[in-house]
Design a protein around this ligand. Structure first.
Ligand SMILES: N[C@@H](CCC[C@H](N)C(=O)O)C(=O)O
Length: 294
């Protein structure tokens, strides 16, 4: 089966969008890992667009991480899918679905795409954690020497995927590439976790770095930006409308009074082509699709 793909990014988060709507084929984890391994289609997340499964939705999205694991949420990737659909149909409003639920998206051009990421869950079993905690605003989890931990008391949130947020003065003062995988695989997180280092710089501004579950250090993580924004508001560190500055750019997060989280940011095309899903799979890039970047 030949399937069109678009190599994109969501403020630097490497996204490949693969369109499998023209059939009933599903992608396997091994195939996802093979697509991740080719530089022409390498990704932090692979967004597979599949036929709609629920009335009133445009499509279902299966989300793969680089390691072939799947996730229920990918904010940056959802904006990329919306941009593909907007270019195709001229529509601006979409309702998409993932394994975590429904997502309403408004795409008004590549620079400002808003995704309703749904509502956060804070219960320890919803994160999920492997043991109960009454207060998930700050759980007992330290990293570093027992008598002088360098990270402690993270907030935990599920926004369709699990997140642990450590509050620090300077996210760039830590070797997150070494710390991240240790915490991602901590036994407290039975489904692993995305690990964030967040510095609150004002009532409406947060600086964030993320070690992503199944993908590693990335330039941006939309669901982590949502998680850190609601955790900051929930712990009284900020208001409910913040700009989150990641290494790849800025996302605006609004935690509405109805508990829905709105994420707004950009998405961009890089190049496009076709993946032939055989054994082995083959990839071809359309040279005319390459977006020349300044
Ligand atoms: N980069 C994505 C998050 C993708 C999934 C995450 N790594 C997980 O496994 O939960 C985003 O923009 O949200």
């Amino acid at each position: 089966m030949n399937a069109p793909f678009a190599k994109m990014n969501g403020i630097g988060n490497a996204i490949t969008v693969l369109d499998l709507r023209a059939g009933s084929r599903r992608l396997g984890a091994d195939e996802a890992r093979a697509i991740a391994a080719d530089p022409r289609t390498a990704f932090d997340q692979l967004m597979v667009i599949e036929p709609a499964r629920t009335a009133g939705t445009e499509a279902f999205m299966t989300i793969f991480n680089t390691d072939g694991s799947t996730s229920g949420a990918c904010g940056n990737g959802t904006r990329c899918v919306a941009l593909v659909l907007q270019r195709e149909s001229g529509q601006s409003d979409f309702r998409l679905e993932t394994s975590a639920g429904l997502l309403d998206v408004q795409a008004h051009g590549a620079d400002a795409i808003t995704v309703d990421m749904g509502t956060p869950r804070f219960g320890w079993a919803d994160i999920p954690l492997s043991k109960s905690f009454d207060d998930t605003r700050a759980i007992e989890l330290d990293f570093g020497p027992a008598d002088a931990p360098i990270l402690s008391a993270p907030s935990v949130v599920n926004v369709g995927n699990p997140h642990a947020i450590f509050w620090v003065d300077d996210p760039y003062a830590y070797d997150l590439g070494r710390i991240g995988p240790i915490l991602e695989h901590h036994p407290l997180f039975p489904e692993r976790a995305n690990i964030s280092l967040a510095a609150v710089t004002s009532d409406h501004a947060i600086t964030l770095r993320v070690w992503e579950r199944g993908a590693g250090l990335t330039l941006a993580c939309g669901s982590a930006a949502c998680a850190v924004a609601v955790a900051a508001a929930r712990t009284g560190r900020t208001g409910r409308n913040v700009d989150v500055t990641l290494p790849g750019g800025v996302l605006n997060i609004q935690w509405r009074d109805d508990d829905h989280i709105l994420m707004t940011g950009a998405a961009a095309f890089e190049h496009e082509g076709v993946i032939s899903l055989g054994a082995p799979l083959t990839i071809s890039v359309n040279p005319e699709s390459v977006v020349l970047r300044a």
